[in-house]
Design a binder for this molecule. Structure first.
Ligand code: TXA
Ligand code: MG
Length: 350
C-alpha cells in the first residue's frame, strides 16, 4: 500500500485534506493524524473491522484497548453509559485536552475497540485537525498512538512514516505536536478515581478539580508489582528504543561520573554507547553520541523531546543508552513513568 502524506495548516480555512481523510474513515480505513499529545492512528470506533486494521498495522496485541476520541460533549453518551458526575466535572475543566477517562462502555462500542473490556477509554482532543477529522467524518474515532507497537510514540509525521509507511493509506502532517507525551488516563469505574497513566494533566490538577484524592494503580508502578496494570497497554515494554536503555538516578555530578564509567566499560566491550542528558550537563559526557533532551529548567521541553530523543539515538545505531533522570516538579511523574517503562525498569541508583 502506498502511504500518502498531506501537509496541513490547521488554522487554514481551506481544508482540502478533510474530504479525503473523512472518506477514508467512513469507508473503514485508517488515517494517522496529529493530536496535542502525540500522533494517533484513527479509525471508525464503531466498526469492528476498522479496529482490527489498527491492531494489524501497529502489530499491537488485540487485548490492548483503544482510546475513543470525541469532538463534543454530546458525543460522550454514544461511547459510554452510567457516566458519573465526576466525569462531567473533569470534562468541564480539562476537555478538550490531554485527559482520557475510563467509563462503562455503551453497548454500541464493539469489543474489538475496547480490547474485550466492558469499559471504554474516551478523550476529547484539543488539536484542531483531530477535531475537524472527527466532526468531518461524522464518526467517533478510535486511535492509539501511531507508532509500531512497543516503539516510542510519534511526535512528528516523519515518526509515523518511519513505523507505518506502506501499512496505512494516509498521514495528516500537522507538524510537531505541542505536548509530546500521551494523555493522562483516569479510571472512573471504581469507588475512587484511579490514575492509570500519568500525563500532562497532573494528579494535583485532578485532585484540585474533584476535591478528593486520586489513587495510583499499583500495577502501573513497576514490573515487579503483584497485580497487573489496569490499563492493559501499560504491561508491555513500551515507548522503547531499539537499543537497551538504562537509567542512572542520583545527584547530577555522581550520575555523570557513573554514566561515563558505564559508557567506557560498554565501549571496551565493543558497544556503541549513547547518552541522554540535559542541556546543563551534556558537556560532562564522553560517549559515541550525546543526545540533548532539553534544559532541566524547562520540563515541558523535556517531555516534548523525550520520544524524539529516543528515535534520534536509534538513528545513530547505538547499542546501549544511558540516561539521566528528570524528577521535575510538575511533569516529573510523567517523564519518569515513560523513561522507566522504556528502560524496562532498569535503573541504577548512585
Ligand atoms: O494521548 C493519547 O492518549 C494518545 C492520542 C493519540 O490520543 N493515544 C494513546 O493511545 O496514547 P494508546 O493506545 O497508545 O494508549 C492507550 C492506553 C493503553 O495503555 C490502553 O491499555 C489504555 O489506554 N486503555 C484503553 N482503554 C482502556 C480501558 N477500557 N481500561 C483500561 N485501560 C484502557
Ligand atoms: Mg501507545
Amino acid at each position: 500500500m502506498q502511504t500518502k502524506i498531506i501537509k496541513i495548516n490547521p488554522i487554514g480555512e481551506e481544508d482540502a485534506w478533510l474530504d479525503e481523510a473523512a472518506a477514508l474513515i467512513r469507508s473503514g480505513s485508517l488515517v494517522a493524524f496529529p493530536t496535542e499529545t502525540v500522533y494517533g492512528l484513527g479509525a471508525d470506533a464503531m466498526d469492528p473491522l476498522a479496529a482490527k486494521k489498527i491492531y494489524a498495522a501497529k502489530g499491537r496485541p488485540s487485548d490492548n484497548p483503544l482510546i475513543v476520541h470525541i469532538a463534543r460533549l454530546s458525543e460522550l453518551e454514544a461511547a459510554a453509559t452510567d457516566i458519573p458526575a465526576r466525569a462531567f466535572k473533569l470534562a468541564e475543566a480539562f476537555w478538550p485536552g490531554p485527559l482520557t477517562l475510563i467509563l462503562r462502555k455503551n453497548r454500541r462500542v464493539p469489543r474489538e475497540t475496547t480490547g474485550g473490556l466492558d469499559t471504554v477509554a474516551v478523550r476529547m482532543p484539543s488539536h484542531l485537525v483531530a477535531q475537524k477529522l472527527i466532526t468531518g467524518s461524522g464518526r467517533l474515532i478510535a486511535a492509539p498512538s501511531a507508532n509500531a507497537s512497543g516503539r516510542p510514540s510519534p511526535t512528528e509525521a516523519s515518526h509515523v512514516a518511519q513505523d507505518l509507511d506502506g501499512r496505512i493509506p494516509l498521514i495528516l502532517d500537522g507538524g510537531t505536536v505541542g505536548i509530546g507525551v500521551e494523555s493522562t488516563i483516569l479510571d472512573l469505574t471504581e469507588g475512587t478515581p484511579v490514575l492509570l497513566r500519568p500525563g500532562y494533566i497532573t494528579r494535583k490538577m485532578l485532585e484540585d478539580c474533584l476535591g478528593e484524592p486520586v489513587r495510583t494503580d499499583p500495577g502501573s508502578l513497576s514490573a515487579a508489582s503483584p497485580t497487573p496494570p489496569k490499563a492493559p497497554g501499560m504491561k508491555y515494554r513500551h515507548y522503547a528504543p531499539n537499543a537497551e536503555l538504562i537509567l542512572v538516578d542520583g545527584e547530577p555530578g555522581r550520575v555523570a561520573e557513573e554514566i561515563n564509567r558505564l559508557v567506557h566499560t560498554a565501549q571496551q566491550d565493543g558497544k556503541k554507547a549513547g547518552v541522554i542528558a540535559a542541556e546543563e550537563t551534556k558537556a560532562l559526557y564522553r560517549a559515541d553520541y550525546v543526545a540533548c533532551i532539553g534544559p532541566r529548567q524547562d520540563e515541558d521541553a523535556i517531555a516534548g523531546h523525550l520520544y524524539k530523543t529516543l528515535r534520534e539515538l536509534d538513528a545513530q545505531a547505538v547499542d546501549i543508552i544511558y540516561s539521566e533522570c528528570y524528577h521535575t516538579p510538575r511533569l516529573g511523574e510523567t517523564i519518569m513513568n515513560r523513561l522507566r517503562k522504556a528502560a524496562g525498569y532498569h535503573i541504577i541508583y548512585v
